[in-house]
Write a protein that binds this ligand. Structure first.
Ligand code: COA
Length: 395
């Protein structure tokens, strides 16, 4: 990649030093790795957040309002906000209230910026929810916050659950089903990421990411599958008859686009996410006959998320936006909308698929931004000159 200039090592180390509960990895894509070389990342949460959950929760709350400023050059982290979110920040107006009434969504990484929006949208539309995380305070606080999306909503925040521990997940799933009545939808969103080349990481580092992303997703599936099968059986859909009580028995794996074209500094995540994608297809094939659907959502660069803070600098974010056909980053709402589509009656016949929500970002990963800078050259209406073999077409 011609324009790739890596972050200085000290900046990478600083970003990597953030310790947080697992949450999904946005696919920054190769474009986002066209780093400017700016040495100071905006957010350094250098403490172990497992012991500073409260301050981090405030940080997470600010993620919502930071989306707009994040797309400009403004500060990423602003003053805490604890009031309920405006619905349009996490859900489009096209969905009908109540479509997930009496349903339960179980989500790992649910305290993270992307997954919390997915769950919040489900809760707004009628679901109760159980979110899982490693950090107790952060997870419990986020559960309370999500519950503000609908009067009477019940949202359990189960902290101290590491997706790498199958028995912990099984216990969490059991508690969710016992307290909320079922598990109808699952979002496997927990993920781990940091920026480093393959030769800079140890075997143990790769193992950590593989264990969180691949094994963690597998453990999530295993723990919830019996409930999903039950729900699929109860809420059968045939695509022709209007479902009386909605849908159920569906899982979404939150993946990435990093591995489509290959992304330097994120090989470990690319390897893991390729595994997650394969797992989702296998689930669709094996469990589809029981009524289960299994799909992947692959987010692109999403503004105001923890992932953007961990994996990019101010200047690289500016450059990233140029490389996205949509000329902007996405919002968590756009991931939530894709989630509602897949879980609702609208997504009945979608199984074993990946929905990439990235504004077209990954398609531009091979763009030569040198002489014919994207998108300026396209927008200028000029024709290519200065290269061999050019001909003028008779239009
Ligand atoms: N560069 C190179 N190696 C790194 C690293 C970095 N930036 N960060 C962690 N590692 C290595 C550690 O040094 C360790 O390897 P070692 O035993 O050879 O020293 C290994 O990874 C495990 O690190 P540790 O911190 O003990 O693991 P953990 O299980 O507590 O954390 C991570 C897992 C590394 C994935 C951590 O980044 C994490 O908890 N992430 C969750 C949140 C997240 O990433 N969200 C994604 C938002 S995009």
């Amino acid at each position: 990649m011609q324009s790739l200039r890596l972050l200085p090592q000290r900046a990478v180390t600083a970003v990597g030093s953030v310790r947080v509960s697992a949450s999904p990895v946005p696919s920054l894509g190769p474009a986002s790795l066209r780093y400017s070389g700016a040495a100071t990342p905006r957010l350094i949460v250098s403490n172990d957040l497992r012991s500073h959950g409260s301050s981090f929760f405030h940080t997470v709350s600010t993620l919502r309002q930071s989306s707009e400023t994040e797309q400009t050059a403004g500060p990423l982290w602003k003053t805490p906000r604890t009031m309920p979110m405006d619905k349009y920040e996490y859900l489009s107006d096209v969905w009908r209230d109540g479509i997930f009434d009496n349903k339960v969504v179980f989500c790992t990484g649910g305290a993270g910026s992307i997954c919390s929006a997915q769950v919040r949208a489900m809760v707004h539309l009628g679901a109760n929810a159980c979110i899982i995380g490693r950090n107790v305070e952060k997870t419990e606080n986020m559960a309370k916050d999500i519950a503000t999306a609908r009067k009477g909503a019940r949202v359990l925040g189960l902290g101290a659950v590491d997706v790498r521990k199958p028995e912990a997940l099984a216990a969490a799933a059991e508690r969710c089903a016992k307290e909320l009545g079922s598990i109808d939808f699952v979002i496997a969103g927990a993920a781990g990421n940091f920026l480093a080349t393959m030769d800079q990481i140890s075997s143990n580092a790769l193992k950590s990411v593989m264990e969180i992303d691949v094994l963690g997703s597998y453990n999530t599936l295993k723990a919830t599958l019996p409930y999903l099968v039950e729900s699929a059986e109860k809420y059968k859909v045939d695509g022709k008859t209007r479902p009386k009580a909605g849908t159920g028995g569906r899982i979404i794996f939150v993946s990435a686009t990093l591995h489509y074209a290959g992304t330097p500094l994120q090989s470990h995540v690319s390897i893991a996410k390729a595994g997650v994608d394969a797992m989702s297809v296998s689930v669709a094939i094996e469990q589809g006959p029981k009524g289960i659907t299994s799909n992947v959502i692959a987010p692109g660069p999403i503004a105001g998320t923890e992932g953007m803070a961990r994996l990019s600098t101010d200047d690289s974010r500016r450059e990233t936006r140029r490389q996205i056909p949509a000329q902007r980053m996405g919002y968590v709402k756009e991931i939530a909308d894709a989630t509602i589509y897949l879980f609702s009656d609208a997504g009945n016949f979608v199984n074993g698929e990946t929905i990439v929500v990235d504004g077209g970002a990954w398609h531009t990963s091979s763009i030569d931004s040198g002489a014919f800078k994207y998108p300026d050259f396209l927008l200028s209406g000029e024709t290519v000159t200065g290269v061999a073999g050019m001909k003028k077409s008779k239009l």
